[in-house]
Design a protein around this ligand. Structure first.
Ligand SMILES: NC(=O)c1ccc[n+]([C@@H]2O[C@H](COP(=O)([O-])OP(=O)(O)OC[C@H]3O[C@@H](n4cnc5c(N)ncnc54)[C@H](OP(=O)(O)O)[C@@H]3O)[C@@H](O)[C@H]2O)c1
Length: 281
C-alpha cells in the first residue's frame, strides 16, 4: 500500500512516521516540502504520490495566536483538509484526519460523544470544525479522530513546558477547573495504525486517553514523576487569562472507537509514565 503522511514533523506526525511503514511505503511531507496554505501544491503532491491512504497530521495548533489570525488558521485547518478530501474522493484513497475536543463548548456535564452538537468557543475550534465539515462534505472515505490535550517527548507541549518551569521556578500555578485526558502522541499514532490496519469504520471517532484530570492534576503528576519538589498550586481559569477561551469540559467518550475497532487508548497516567521514560532517559 502507498501512503502519504502530511505533517511528519509534528508531535503526532513524528510518531506516525515511525509506525506507518509497517503498513506500506510512506511518502512523508513537512512544511518545507508541502505548505498547506498552497492548494495547488497539495493537489500536485497527492497526484504525484498516488497514495491509497492519506494521513493528515498537520494543523495550525497555536490556539491563542489563532484569535488574531483566524483566516490563516481556517486556511490550514479548514480549507486544506477540504482539498485533501477532494483529492481522496477523486482517487478513491482513504483520508485519515485529526480534530479536537475544542469543537465543543465544554458546557456538557458528561463526556462528549461523536453525535453531540459542536459549538466551538475559539477561532482554532471553529477552524478545526470547518475542516471536519469539509472532509465529510467531500464524500471521500474518511476517518476523523478527535483527540485532546496532546503531548509527547518532542515539540511544544504542556509536559515539556511544565518540566522546564518546575526546574526554573520556585512554584507553579496551574488551572484546576478545566477537565480532560492528556493523550500522548505515541498512543494516538499507535491507535491510528491499528484502526487503519482493521480496514473498517467511517466518520468521526473520539480518541483520547483513559481517565480524566485537570491541567493542575496533570502538572502535579509530571512534577512528582520527575522527582521534583516544586509546589504546584491550583488556580481558576480566571487567574490565567488567555486570548482564546478553552472548554471547561474536554472529556471525550471513546466508546465508538472501542466498539468499532476494539481499540482503547491506555489511561493518561500510563501514557505519562511512558513519555517521561523517554524524556528523562
Ligand atoms: N496539540 C493538541 O493539544 C491537540 C489537541 C487536540 C487535537 N489536536 C489535533 O491533533 C493533530 C496533531 O496535532 P499535534 O499536536 O501533533 O500538532 P503539532 O505538534 O503542532 O504539529 C502540527 C504540524 O503541522 C505543521 N504545519 C503547520 N502549518 C502548516 C502548513 N501551513 N503547512 C504544512 N505543515 C504545517 C507544523 O509545522 P510547524 O512546526 O513548522 O508549524 C507541525 O509540524 C492536529 O490535527 C491537531 O489539531 C491537537
Amino acid at each position: 500500500m502507498k501512503l502519504l503522511l502530511i505533517g511528519a514533523q509534528g508531535q503526532v506526525g513524528w510518531e506516525l512516521a515511525r509506525r506507518l511503514p509497517a503498513l506500506g511505503t510512506v511518502t512523508a511531507t513537512d512544511r518545507t516540502t508541502l505548505d498547506l496554505a498552497d492548494p495547488d501544491a497539495i493537489r500536485r503532491v497527492v497526484r504525484e504520490a498516488r497514495p491509497e491512504l492519506i494521513v493528515n497530521a498537520a494543523a495550525y495548533t497555536a490556539v491563542d495566536k489563532a484569535e488574531s489570525e483566524p483566516a490563516v488558521a481556517t486556511q490550514i485547518n479548514g480549507d486544506a483538509p477540504g482539498v485533501l478530501a477532494e483529492e481522496a474522493k477523486r482517487s478513491g484513497a482513504l483520508l485519515v484526519h485529526y480534530s479536537t475536543d475544542y469543537v465543543f463548548d465544554g458546557e456538557k456535564p458528561g463526556a462528549y460523544v461523536e453525535t453531540d452538537t459542536p459549538n466551538p468557543v475559539s477561532a482554532y475550534g471553529r477552524s478545526k470544525l470547518a475542516g471536519e465539515r469539509a472532509v465529510m462534505a467531500s464524500g471521500c472515505r474518511h476517518l476523523i479522530f478527535r483527540t485532546c490535550w496532546v503531548y509527547g517527548p518532542r515539540g511544544r507541549n504542556f509536559l515539556l513546558t511544565i518540566l522546564k518551569a518546575a526546574r526554573e521556578r520556585p512554584e507553579l500555578k496551574v488551572v484546576n477547573d478545566q477537565f480532560g485526558a492528556p493523550t500522548s502522541s505515541g498512543a494516538i499514532a499507535e491507535a491510528t495504525v491499528r484502526a487503519i490496519a482493521a480496514n473498517r469504520g467511517d466518520g468521526i471517532y473520539h480518541m483520547s486517553a483513559g481517565g480524566r484530570t485537570t491541567w493542575h492534576g496533570f502538572a502535579q503528576a509530571i512534577v512528582e514523576a520527575a522527582g521534583l519538589k516544586t509546589p504546584v498550586l491550583p488556580i481558576p481559569t480566571s487567574g490565567y487569562p488567555t486570548p482564546a477561551r478553552r472548554p471547561r469540559n474536554s472529556i471525550l467518550d471513546n466508546s465508538r472507537l472501542k466498539n468499532d475497532f476494539g481499540i482503547e487508548v491506555p489511561d493518561w497516567r500510563e501514557g505519562l509514565r511512558e513519555v517521561l521514560g523517554q524524556v528523562l532517559r
